[in-house]
Design a binder for this molecule. Structure first.
Ligand code: C2E
Ligand code: MG
Ligand code: MG
Ligand code: MG
Length: 283
């Protein structure tokens, strides 16, 4: 009987689904105010040149300090933000913080880049290029200091429009990276058409690189391919020293992962970089 009453001609409402939707609706309402109420916080994770051990960049990662739910990771609210159409204002906010940090780094004569994750929806916003140009001018930051990370999937919905946007961004002088590489379906021929300069190998291949022949084969192929196309390769998710050693032997240029640092508060980045270069190999 309890199954029967929720059933209509076209849909079956399962109680779990109802509560999930309510929860989702609640989060949606709150997400609209999260930025203005300063509940969104930025973390950053350093990117290391594997041979010299220099910090070459930091990737900015968003978090939501929810008043009741505590700390939420991007997996818990970004999809919702995309569905609600609030991802673009979120991205704008992240970009401004990133560019402000770049200005601060320049002031302290720290030369490293900042990477920002861009959603597929952002690539369809015509004003992205102009607003980015204004932002870089406002803080007197060189476009080449900023890296925009996008996933292969960002190009799927409207490939022509997304490609035009990528070309405009590249013309502006920002660097473009393909994130989570290896999980999508990009052909090598297609990759060559993209105005990108970096490929980030997905962490799912890196975590167990020291004991997986399959993941070693895939990562090796990506590194070789990237070299042939003059892309910088960044391995994500380096947790073990053995993985780092293997990546160096395989010719991977850069890495990011808990081995060097877990993501931490963006404000602490300039100081972290100074400390790191001071005492390079003390992890
Ligand atoms: P991503 O861009 O691939 O970022 C790397 C993710 O891997 C981060 O998760 C980072 O904390 C995690 N990670 C890095 N090294 C390790 C490691 O050694 N071990 C493990 N277990 N994890 C590691 P996070 O911060 O949860 O972000 C998840 C995804 O959310 C990001 O994946 C990115 O796609 C998205 N994201 C984060 N911030 C933003 C943002 O501001 N805007 C947009 N559009 N997407 C964002
Ligand atoms: Mg990323
Ligand atoms: Mg990634
Ligand atoms: Mg990822």
């Amino acid at each position: 009987q309890n199954r029967q009453w929720t059933q209509t001609s076209s849909q079956v409402f399962h109680p779990d689904l109802i509560s999930y939707n309510n929860e989702k609706l609640g989060l949606m309402a709150e997400l609209r105010h999260a930025i203005s109420q300063q509940q969104l916080k930025l973390h950053i994770q350093p990117q290391i040149a594997l041979s010299s051990r220099q910090v070459v960049a930091g990737e900015v990662l968003v978090r939501w300090h929810h008043p009741r739910r505590g700390l939420l990771g991007p997996a818990e609210f970004l999809e919702l933000a995309e569905q609600m159409g609030v991802i673009y204002p979120l991205t704008q906010w992240v970009l401004e913080k990133a560019v402000m940090t770049l200005a601060e780094l320049a002031q302290q004569e720290i030369h490293c880049k900042i990477a920002v994750n861009i959603s597929s929806k952002d690539l369809l916003q015509d004003e992205l290029v102009d607003s980015l140009e204004l932002l870089l001018k406002k803080y007197k930051v060189k476009p080449s200091q900023l890296v925009l990370e996008l996933k292969e999937s960002a190009l799927v919905a409207e490939p022509d429009k997304a490609m035009r946007m990528l070309n405009h961004l590249a013309q502006l002088g920002v660097e473009l990276a393909l994130d989570d590489f290896g999980t999508g379906f990009s052909s090598l021929a297609y990759l060559r058409e993209l105005p990108i300069s970096q490929v980030k190998v997905d962490c799912s291949f890196i975590f167990d690189l020291h004991r997986s022949d399959t993941h070693t084969a895939i990562t090796g192929a990506i590194i070789d391919m990237a070299k042939n196309m003059n892309f910088m390769v960044v391995a994500e998710g380096i947790e073990q020293p053995e993985v780092e050693q293997k990546l160096i032997a395989m010719g991977c240029a850069r890495g990011q992962g808990f081995l060097y640092a877990k993501p931490f508060a963006l404000d602490a980045f300039p100081e972290w970089v100074k400390q790191w270069s001071y005492s390079k190999a003390t992890y």
